[in-house]
Design a protein around this ligand. Sequence first.
Ligand code: NDP
Length: 452
Amino acid sequence: MSVFSDRYIKTFMAELQARNPGELEFHQAVNEVLTSVAPCLEAYPYLLDGKIMERMVEAERIIIFRVPWMDDSGAVHVNRGYRVQMNSAIGPYKGGIRFHSSVNLSIMKFLAFEQTFKNALTTLPMGGAKGGADFNPRGKSDAEVMRFCQSFMTELHRHIGQDTDVPAGDIGVGGREIGYLFGQYKRLRDEFSGTLTGKGFAWGGSSLRPEATGYGVCYFAQQMLASRGEGFEGKTVVISGSGNVAQYAARKSMQLGAKVVTLSDSDGYIYDPDGLDEEKFAYVQQLKNVARGRIKEYASKYPSASYYPGGAKPWGVKCDIALPCATQNELDGDSARTLVANGCICVSEGANMPSTPEAIAVFQQARLLYSPGKASNAGGVAVSGLEMSQNSMRQKWTPEEVDAQLHRIMSDIHDSCTKYGTEPDGYINYVKGANTAGFLKVAGAMMDQGLV
Ligand code: NDP
């Protein structure tokens, strides 16, 4: 790193931390991007003079609001809702809604910041945003979740629209929640539009949207593996999480000929040395999406599997490919060293920022194939973008058409990472490639549009 870059990053981060105290996840996300793009800022001084990074880290708008709701016993609860509209340089704001007890302003800002670069990488015209609430749907009845979603949308509807801001799902927000949110939006606005994505297939949703993030994670990993003459066939795959992204990453891994041996939730993980198959996959979907149970029940149902409780993570299980698909900072430096020591060759992130900075350094030093979430999990928002196109056209594309576009987009993202991330020894630094490609696109659009 040049003297300029080193000094620029230190000064910038000191100011960012002073202006946004205590927002550790946001600091982490900005520091990663800044480390990648500092050479661009040095090479193009007009971006420095235009204070492009200072503008990128300041959200265009942040809405924070009260969400009161009543549970089934009549008790009143109050949660805090957020929408961070980070950047609209290349299209309407776009990004998911997260319902989880850990949600706070730092997590919302880090996710919206990441989303801006991810969306730029997809080649589609979408700006970056994120929203959510510190509400945990776990253990709530359908009626309670519906009342919460209706209260949340009663404020949010003023700030979103099909040409303004188009939310989607994320942790704790799946098909059920999108349905309740959409229903309330439609009632309040008296319009049937494409303002939310991830809608049910019968009422405006796209084929393959539920599958898109997990499938895209595997398509991206396929591209990385192909760069070394490898593939999924015969490989052992370790996956964290058991929600939307994890489920479809597992299914595509199986379809590509790999053996998936773990899944997890925040309580622990299951290890099934026999691997998942279609029947076990169907059981997981029923367990998590319908019965809303816990992953430990898998081990009661299938004697081949063991359950590891106490919030244990699956990174100690020997594997060739690791797909972190649960949450941020779930894979630390020690876990990364264990994966490397056990012969893992590829880590493709399904979650947003699941690897800590120390873990990323371990992967890169070991020259592992490692992709950050903003590259490898972009398939979800990409198909959301395709859902917006279909809604605007009042048309529906077949699963084959959507899958072909998803393949093309993941391949284009891989090309961008290769273009901007290949190092002198031939190693592809996907972090640098993804950050640089996304940054240059957004920065160019911001400069074109003047000081707004
Ligand atoms: P889901 O809510 O469907 O599933 C989340 C999974 O992660 C659950 O198994 C959950 O377990 C687990 N999890 C959540 N928080 C923690 C935690 N603190 N520690 C351990 N496990 C945890 O969410 P998604 O599958 O949609 O999202 C997973 C990740 O993928 C997130 O990082 C999200 O931002 C990212 N992502 C999602 C996209 C999408 O299209 N859905 C698109 C791009 C990225 P538990 O039930 O115990 O909470």
